[in-house]
Design a protein around this ligand. Sequence first.
Ligand SMILES: Cc1cc2nc3c(=O)[nH]c(=O)nc-3n(C[C@H](O)[C@H](O)[C@H](O)COP(=O)(O)OP(=O)(O)OC[C@H]3O[C@@H](n4cnc5c(N)ncnc54)[C@H](O)[C@@H]3O)c2cc1C
Length: 411
Amino acid sequence: MKQFDAIIIGAGPAGMMATIRAAERKRKVLLIERNDTPGKKLLISGKGRCNLTNSCDIEDFLKKFSESRNFLRNSFAKFFNADLMSFFENAHLKLKTERDGRVFPESDRSGDILNVLKLKLKTKNIKVLLGERVREIIIKNKKIKGVLTYSRKHFLTTHIAITTGALSYPGTGSMGEGYRIAEKLGHEIIPLKPALSPILIKERFTRDWQGIGLKNVHLTLFAGGKKIDERFGEMLFTHFGLSGPIILDISASAYDALQLKNEVTITINFEPALDYKKLNARLLREFKASPRKSIKNIFKNILPQGIIRRFLEYCSINGNKSTSQITTEERERLIKGLFGLRLTVKGVMPIKDGIVTRGGVNTKEINPKTMESRLVKGLFFAGEVIDIDAGTGGYNMQAAFSTGWVCGDNI
Ligand SMILES: Cc1cc2nc3c(=O)[nH]c(=O)nc-3n(C[C@H](O)[C@H](O)[C@H](O)COP(=O)(O)OP(=O)(O)OC[C@H]3O[C@@H](n4cnc5c(N)ncnc54)[C@H](O)[C@@H]3O)c2cc1C
């Protein structure tokens, strides 16, 4: 049995940052990770590129979080996007900022982010124990004594951080174990739901569109006929329905609406930059320029090739008709379809398939200035195990790093 100043459970972004920061403060830290390697989820993040943060200002950043805005304000005030970027740049890793402020390593390799973290973990104050899974936290007379692992090893300490992540992509090691451990110590777990999860669609015709991505489209989500969410950006058709950034971003709203037994629909506006008059004029122009061409051929200028046949069927238009034969009524139907292709939401993929989990340790039971539990002295939390989640764009990773840093600064 060995004594440490602090033990951190889980080597994701939150746990690694907490460990590094605590060691900078000369704390003797043990980082325990159940996998044989740290940062398994970080490695697959951002499609292997790791969108580590976003360059937007703090107010816009906070707006991307669902319930936890005020809770995160303190962490962001202490360690925010510029601090995180400096952390990596000072370690000679070049970063780049892409569309909508998304920050990536210049190399497009998440492994480069992980390598910096791994290098910083090689400090004399830090011991990293891999392939060891924490089973429980030992408490005697209301005081933290240490941890017990599944292989029955004990490690002694008075300060512990649970940084075990959430329930999404359990193959990465984040299997919701932190919730069980926290609950046993008296913490409330806000009910878990999928967030940033692909959406299942009732209509079968979109299956022919699998693999086709759309850029610059506008989505509107309706529940019981009422608009409840909308987004502009990129999406993707899949074999089961829809995915891509703006679909993931509306998935939690769709999930909630389905739970209330509402009829949930999505409309896709393929031409959000145009109003009715401009789109009508554009179609008339195209038709006039090529009166003998079939409508399916003309639509190659308007929609991705793979979509056209089914789109025209959706609008009840014979694709072989020449543009000169298209009636005013048919043109109206095409405009209606381009402005609002309507799809019915059948479901949202389960938590395990989502990018993040909504819910987790109740933020009211954690001191936002220190990340220490308000219920158990010496117990800390950081990262996705807490009830924090945001949309796509680097916000979740920053939240894990920021809460991890604050935890390490206080543990
Ligand atoms: C496919 C995918 C892509 C993503 N892309 C992005 C992105 O580009 N940008 C972004 O901001 N966010 C992204 N996210 C979300 C982001 O990865 C997470 O929010 C972030 O990793 C959470 O960090 P964490 O440290 O809290 O938890 P995790 O990264 O989940 O790490 C928790 C660690 O704890 C370990 N652990 C669990 N239980 C135990 C135990 N009992 N004992 C020991 N160890 C344990 C796990 O093995 C794991 O290594 C993505 C998520 C997924 C699934």
